[in-house]
Design a protein around this ligand. Structure first.
Ligand code: TYM
Length: 334
């Protein structure tokens, strides 16, 4: 809660090409929730350097991502859209929270284990304490709600644990945040292996639909999606490929699995896959068009970047000063 309004925070990493999973699991819900909260949407570039990045590429991707937030429908006049690295409070609070987080807690994080296995030559301390920076992102804005996909739930639980621990020691300092998980699309799976999450870093490009894929590519990827030989469109665990396509279709068109089963009763997979592809195109094409327009407007984007970083800094400093005082740092002389 800030300024008497409930607060929402979320972020995305500026690494790899964003996928349909990022859009349906997070970005889409950000847009639908944005009217009801004081909102902060960060391009979390500081998280990205836990894995080695090419500097020019990181800068470019960060700007692309920030532009995509706006293209998806977030008005930067009403929503604070900014780069994490422009607001020093994130790093400052993360350091403090590091001192209130246990090694054992971080050791249990499945995302750390996965990433450490993938990047065995660079298991740096940042990769290990990554969830603490994420906790700082959230707690800095006295966040009530955090819209994320299911894969971020463990990090959110840890954030809550850290906040509760801190509050027990120092009084009511942080709002305890809740996750917001959408009804559909919270875990979009790979089109080529429905036991795996659709991911930016998938080696098989046919497994993921990227936000910038053109319509023909999207339709082709949907047509090639791995399914089964049951030949019926049913929403059940025994048909993980079809279940995933139903999830995608539901999330794109705001339908329920029941409605989709009825719609495709007696129809073949060919018809269904084409319909899924068209549904995805209907969502991504307008976003791509807006992105192309916005990208031309350098001055406008620069103004958004500057003004929103100032706004985020102002709000984050309020929490940071409170925390610093509580833990006993000397007061600033004005
Ligand atoms: P990131 O960048 O991996 O993903 C951004 C958002 O997309 C969701 N997501 C998915 N949802 C459904 N299906 C999928 N296949 C899928 N893949 C990704 C993620 O759940 C996420 O909501 N650590 C975070 C970024 C972060 C953050 C934060 C998020 C940093 N600080 C504070 C919320 C609050 C991450 O790496 O997300």
């Amino acid at each position: 809660m800030l300024d008497g309004k409930k607060t929402l925070f979320s972020g995305m990493q500026a690494t790899g090409n964003l996928t349909l999973g990022n859009y349906l699991g997070a970005l889409k819900n950000w847009v639908s929730l944005s009217d009801d909260y004081l909102t902060f949407y960060s391009v979390v570039d500081m998280h990205s350097i836990t894995i080695r990045q090419d500097p020019a590429e990181l800068r470019k991707r960060a700007r692309t991502l920030l532009t995509l937030y706006i293209a998806a429908g977030l008005d930067p006049e009403k929503n604070c859209i900014y780069y994490q690295s422009h607001v020093s409070g994130h790093a400052e609070l993360a350091w403090i929270l590091n001192c209130f987080t246990y090694m054992g807690e971080l050791n249990r994080m499945t995302q750390f284990k996965d990433k450490a296995a993938k990047h065995a030559d660079n298991i740096n301390a940042g990769l290990f304490t990554y969830p603490v920076l994420m906790a700082a992102d959230i707690l800095l804005y006295q966040t009530d709600v955090v819209p994320v996909g299911i894969d971020q739930m463990q990090h959110l639980e840890l954030t809550r644990d850290i906040a509760i621990r801190f509050n027990n020691l120092y009084g009511d300092v942080f709002t305890i945040p809740e996750a917001y998980i959408g009804k559909s699309g919270a875990k979009i799976m790979s089109l080529q292996d429905p036991s795996k999450k659709m991911s930016k870093s998938d080696e098989n490009p046919n497994g993921s639909i990227y936000l910038m894929d053109d319509p023909d590519t999207i339709i082709r990827k949907c047509k090639r999606a791995v399914t089964d030989s049951e030949a019926c469109v049913r929403y059940r665990d025994e048909q993980p490929g079809i279940k995933n396509l139903i999830d995608i279709y539901c999330a794109c068109l705001n339908k329920t699995p029941d409605e989709v089963e009825r719609e495709f009763d007696g129809k073949g997979y060919g018809d269904f896959k084409l319909a899924v592809g068209e549904a995805v195109v209907s969502v991504l094409k307008p976003l791509q068009d807006r992105f192309a327009d916005l990208s031309k407007n350098k001055d406008y984007l620069d103004k958004v970047i500057k003004e929103n970083a100032e706004k985020a800094s102002w709000y984050s400093n309020k929490t940071l000063r409170k925390v610093q005082k509580k833990i006993g740092f000397p007061e600033r002389i004005r």
